[in-house]
Design a protein around this ligand. Structure first.
Ligand SMILES: Nc1ncnc2c1ncn2[C@@H]1O[C@H](COP(=O)(O)OP(=O)(O)OP(=O)(O)O)[C@@H](O)[C@H]1O
Ligand SMILES: [Mg+2]
Length: 283
């Protein structure tokens, strides 16, 4: 699979230092990812060309196994690519380039909420007083101010995901990669966290790539939605949500608009053909 540390260094994205005026943040050309699975090969991503803009909230939907997580992991430098190029355009070398929020809970059970949120800052050598000062607003933004001293086992699932989100924003990366961060949550909690995420994102305007299985969620959150085909993952269509729903958005009002239903219908009619159509891999 070529996943060694040395292999990763050779194959992960090229980081280019460009001035802030540059509009494209992530430029992907002819990207391919092929996994070896025993004697078989699995084509996960096939010939993908994509530009993601600086400050954009970019959603990805597609059937299970179409390569969404693989794409995020390649952008994050956690996975190698087989061919093609990825350029991440860096605005501020003093900030971490990217930060991943995973579907499964990824906070440390032995740290309280404050220390979990401050983890990235600590790893960057920022002193305790300063990192606590910097995380406080984010703990507040996700509504956990009364739980700053609590440990993960004292929190609900939704509260733990809030900690992950606060940590990602407090770490202040240039690119935020979110892989179904709310998938395990109930509808109400998910909805509340979507609203919080939209609010924090509107304040910070980070480049976000957000993978979800939920068309609703993609419309609520995204500027654009990329619909991927079944494996090997290709771009089927990129839907411009911002043309229909300008910012700032009130997530709770979008759903009752006719435009929401139209957009949902359009995306679903495109996506539904992809279920049960995984193509055979070459052997
Ligand atoms: N480490 C690996 N080794 C071999 N095959 C892999 C590996 N990681 C992923 N794959 C394969 O690559 C394909 C894409 O996987 P990926 O996890 O990117 O899908 P996904 O779109 O995120 O799916 P889901 O929506 O279910 O999370 C799948 O067929 C999977 O089996
Ligand atoms: Mg996945």
């Amino acid at each position: 699979m070529g996943n060694s540390a040395a292999g990763m260094r050779q194959h992960t994205a090229d980081v280019v230092h460009l001035p802030q005026t540059n509009v494209v943040k992530i430029q992907i050309r002819e990207l391919q990812k092929r996994f070896a699975l025993g004697s078989r090969r699995v084509d996960a991503i096939d010939n993908m060309d994509l530009d993601i803009r600086d400050g954009e909230f970019f959603c990805i939907v597609g059937p299970s196994g179409c390569g969404k997580s693989t794409l995020l992991r390649i952008i994050a430098g956690l996975e190698t690519k087989s061919a093609g190029t990825i350029q991440l355009l860096r605005n501020d070398p003093s900030k971490p380039l990217n930060n991943m929020v995973f579907q499964e809970q990824s906070i440390f059970p032995w740290m309280n909420v404050r220390d979990n949120v401050a983890f990235g800052l600590k790893a960057r050598g920022i002193k305790k007083d300063e990192r606590y000062a910097r995380v406080e607003p984010f703990i507040r933004k996700v509504g956990l101010e009364a739980f700053a001293e609590a440990y993960p086992h004292q929190l609900s699932g939704g509260m733990k995901q809030r900690v992950s989100i606060a940590r990602a924003f407090a770490n202040d990366p240039e690119i935020l990669l979110m892989d179904e961060p709310f998938a395990a949550l109930d509808e109400q909690t998910k909805f509340i966290l979507q609203q919080e995420l939209v609010r924090i994102w509107e304040e910070t305007r980070k480049t976000v790539i957000y993978v979800t299985h939920s068309i609703d969620e993609a419309i609520n959150l995204g500027d654009r939605i990329m619909i991927m085909s079944a494996r090997p993952g290709r771009i089927k269509e990129i839907v411009d949500v911002s043309a229909h729903f300008p910012r700032p958005r009130k997530v709770e009002e979008l759903k009752s608009t006719p435009a929401f239903g139209d957009l949902f219908g359009h995306i679903w009619s495109n996506l539904k053909h992809e279920f049960g159509t995984v193509k055979g891999d070459a052997r």
